[in-house]
Design a protein around this ligand. Structure first.
Ligand SMILES: [Zn+2]
Length: 316
């Protein structure tokens, strides 16, 4: 299995595997899209493959396809959000010995989103596990994970992927070279987000909203701008859309100074550059940053959108 931009971490895991010392319970902490799930699968290969996570044997290939019977993704089994009944059911299955081999690995993704009742059930399991059981956890932040659990796992911090490695990964997935470069730069090397955009997932929708907002900005269309910003359902989506919008506005500024638009909204950047002065664009950029970063703006999203419009297009 190829791990992009994770050489140091891979080496640590490989060295542990050679000595037979991979911890029974591993926690990968890092940003969503940084490769935590891929690392979880890599650990599964280190435990189960007879040839050092070769990546080509049937065991490794089944793990990569999420099809190995002894590698269990608990969150997915629980319908993607740790429904309690299914969670108990998944845990009760831990008394059944592995199908093949000596190891059965349970992967708990996003364990920082679990509620206390899940964590309690989990704690019982990892306190005295059967000898064939192994666990991998992933999370964004360890802050909300109880010390009782943290003390029983070995944490590895997962670094973000450098944009060059991300670009290579996308090319290996069959994305053409220029698209691979554009996406990896735009999304700062986040392979997960890049793949989401390519699959037309949530991230793609946020980018589309940001482009609509930028187009409206270029037309001085306050109503269109408000409408595009109001497509988001929550604070996180709203902030992310504003971040994408700031990238387009920043490109407009670059165009103004004779540079090139490089983000996904080139046409929109040029329209903004044509319609506004440098001072105007700088003011828009400030407003976009303020709204994207400022969680303490104690306004609902519709009001926040209106606030941005009033700052970005004050003449309306
Ligand atoms: Zn293998």
């Amino acid at each position: 299995m190829k791990l992009y931009g994770k050489n140091a971490l891979k080496k640590r895991l490989d060295d542990m595997a050679v000595k037979g010392r991979i911890p029974h319970a591993v926690l990968f902490s890092g940003n969503p899209g940084s490769g935590r799930k891929t690392l979880a699968k890599y650990v599964a290969e280190l435990f189960l493959c007879e040839n050092n996570a070769c990546g080509v044997c049937p065991v490794c290939r089944n793990i990569e396809r999420d099809a190995h019977p002894d590698v269990i993704f608990v969150k997915e089994q629980c319908g993607g959000k740790y429904a309690m009944e299914q969670f108990r059911e998944a845990l009760s299955d831990t008394v059944v010995r592995p199908n093949n081999g000596n190891v059965k690995l349970y992967i708990f993704e996003d364990c920082d989103t679990m509620r206390a009742e899940h964590q309690n059930a989990l704690l019982k399991l990892i306190e005295e596990p059967a000898d064939y059981l192994r666990f991998v956890f992933t999370c964004e932040s360890t802050g909300v994970i109880p010390e009782t659990i943290m003390s029983r796992v070995v944490e590895f911090e997962v670094p973000d992927t450098p944009a060059d490695d991300c670009e290579q990964a996308l090319k290996d997935f069959g994305v053409d070279a220029s698209k691979a470069r554009e996406l990896s730069e735009m999304l700062a090397g986040n392979i997960g987000k890049c793949r989401d955009v390519l699959d037309g997932g949530d991230e793609a929708k946020l980018i589309e909203s940001a482009r609509k907002a930028a187009a409206a900005l270029g037309r001085r269309d306050g109503f269109g701008l408000t409408a595009a910003l109001s497509e988001q359902s929550g604070r996180a989506e709203f902030s992310q859309t504003m971040e994408y919008l700031s990238k387009i506005i920043r490109d407009a500024l670059a165009v103004k100074f004779g540079g090139k638009a490089e983000s996904f909204g080139k046409k929109e950047s040029r329209a903004i550059a044509d319609a506004f002065s440098e001072t105007d664009i700088l003011r828009m950029l400030d407003a976009a940053f303020e709204v994207a970063k400022n969680d303490s703006l104690n306004l609902n999203l519709a009001l926040t959108a209106a606030y941005f419009v009033s700052k970005a297009l004050p003449e309306l």
